[in-house]
Design a protein around this ligand. Structure first.
Ligand SMILES: *Cc1c(COP(=O)(O)O)cnc(C)c1O
Length: 388
């Protein structure tokens, strides 16, 4: 059995995040106990008479393997309650959006993850809520939109434009106005940014990305320190059924063991590639908050413990030329998604739902953990083929 949060020795509360990812979610330290957690495959639990633990009534309500991951996520986000694991990031997002009262108004960054935008506009089309989109880097505009709103959704840096929001100021503004706030912390990871510490009500993750880190599972999570909100989210998960499989949960935890190493390495490489790309004759624009000249740099430096490992570039040339450059890459994989050990590249506007304010030729680079020189050589060669 996994140690529950109440059994965690007091000294564990002080463990640093790069230790938590390794030490968390392990069996209680008894003699002969396995060192790593087991995958508990069960749809139901033994019991008769009065239920002693509602979580152990049925496999849709809880699972010990999920709880291992939920414990680690809570400790990484410095939450007071265990996280909630979901079948996907979007399932977690759908659960959080169910907290917005019927007919309520949601404030959402115009460059949010396109699945979040699509879900919000679907809910709006069905009359369940109304949506105001904002340029989240513009604090004044975003705060103005909060008047009379019911919920604030934040993503920072945004996907794929890498705009940086003033997270502490916007969360404080939401709190003052009694507006529910949620931060999608997928891009930053809890090693780099902990929105609950800035007053967010809920944090969500696409665990699919950096947390699991190997492009082999689809999984999501929501984390909150508010017992009432957690109760509602959990009820939504149980009733709507978007629960993870125990094997996927175990894989995610196995991936999280190396989160700190992966983030450190890919962030260093992303910074180096961004600097070189900014000098490349075939690149018109680079967006990366780690570059001193990036509009989000000062904010990111103030509120994040690193700049992440997604870089956006706008190469010279038209869509055809940029697609040809992508096809010329040998090491970088052309694919959607991000946060895995392998470097991926995607022209985001290949998705029809992508907002048209994202340049047609923008390439999103998800920097992995390969050798920086190999990544650079491949990029440089492919980009140099663009006729500019
Ligand atoms: C991928 C992603 C999601 C959706 O997560 P899934 O696991 O694919 O459902 C949500 N937010 C962001 C920022 C993402 O990158």
């Amino acid at each position: 059995m996994t140690a529950r949060p109440e059994d965690i020795p007091a000294h564990d509360a002080d463990l640093r995040p790069d230790t938590v990812v390794v030490a968390g979610g392990r069996p209680a330290p008894e003699h002969d106990a396995p060192v790593g957690p087991s995958i508990v495959l069960t749809s139901t639990y033994r019991g008769s008479g009065e239920l002693r633990d509602a979580d152990r009534a049925y496999g849709r309500f809880s699972n010990p393997t999920w709880e291992d991951v939920e414990d680690v996520l809570a400790r990484l986000e410095r939450a007071e309650l265990p996280g909630l694991l979901y079948a996907s990031g979007l399932a977690a997002i759908a659960s959080v959006l169910s907290l917005v009262p019927a007919g309520g108004r949601l404030v959402l960054p115009r460059h949010s993850y396109q699945g979040s935008l699509a879900l919000a506009s679907d809910l709006e089309a069905r009359g369940l809520l109304s949506v105001t989109t904002v340029d989240v880097a513009d604090t004044e505009q975003t705060v103005a939109a909060l008047e009379g709103a019911d919920a604030l959704w934040l993503e920072s840096p945004t996907n794929p434009m890498l705009e940086v929001a003033d997270v502490p100021a916007l969360l404080a503004a939401a709190r003052e106005r009694g507006v529910l706030s949620c931060v999608d912390n997928t891009f930053a990871t809890p090693l780099v940014q902990r929105p609950l510490e800035h007053g967010a009500d809920v944090v969500v993750h696409s665990v699919t990305k950096y947390l699991a880190g190997h492009s082999d599972v689809v999984l999501g999570a929501a984390v909150t320190s508010d017992p009432e909100l957690r109760g509602r989210l959990k009820k939504h998960r149980s009733l709507h059924g978007a629960i993870p499989g125990p094997f996927e949960a175990w894989l995610a935890l196995r991936g999280m063991r190396t989160l700190a190493l992966r983030v450190e390495r890919s962030t260093t490489t992303a910074g180096e590639l961004a600097r070189r790309l900014a000098e490349h004759p075939a690149v018109r624009e680079v967006r990366y908050p780690g570059l001193p000249e990036d509009p989000g740099h000062a904010r990111a430096a103030a509120q994040m413990d690193g700049f992440g490992s997604v870089v956006a570039i706008v190469p010279a040339g038209d869509v055809g030329a940029v697609e040809a450059a992508v096809d010329a890459l040998r090491l970088w994989t052309p694919a959607t998604s991000l946060g895995g050990v392998e470097s991926l590249v995607e022209r985001r506007r290949r998705h029809h739902e992508e907002p048209h304010s994202v340049p047609e030729t923008l390439l999103r680079l998800s920097v992995g953990i390969e050798n920086v020189e190999d990544l650079w050589a491949d990029l440089d060669r492919a980009l140099s083929g663009i006729d500019r």
